[in-house]
Write a protein that binds this ligand. Structure first.
Ligand SMILES: [Zn+2]
Length: 80
């Protein structure tokens, strides 16, 4: 028996991004907290998209240091 409404699957998330549809966090800090709770030990990056923050995996060549993350093309064509 359930006595309360279903909890949101992603604590701290504000909903979905209008631009890319990913789970959106209102602040960088909230995204980092969610990353720690949902993806411990994973190489997830916190990045900005429009007015939201998202979690994502970095490409392998960035994780190994061969490519700087700032040199990555903006794959979604979003200009902040
Ligand atoms: Zn987005």
């Amino acid at each position: 028996m359930t006595t309360h409404a279903a909890r949101p699957p992603r604590p701290h998330a504000a909903g979905r991004c209008d631009v890319c549809g990913k789970v959106a966090y209102p602040t960088k800090a909230a995204a980092k907290v969610a990353r720690r709770r949902l993806h411990p030990g994973e190489a997830m990056s916190v990045y900005r998209c429009g007015c939201w923050w998202h979690l994502g995996h970095l490409p392998a060549n960035v994780r190994t240091g061969d490519t700087d993350r700032h040199d990555l093309p903006n794959r979604r064509g979003v200009s902040a």
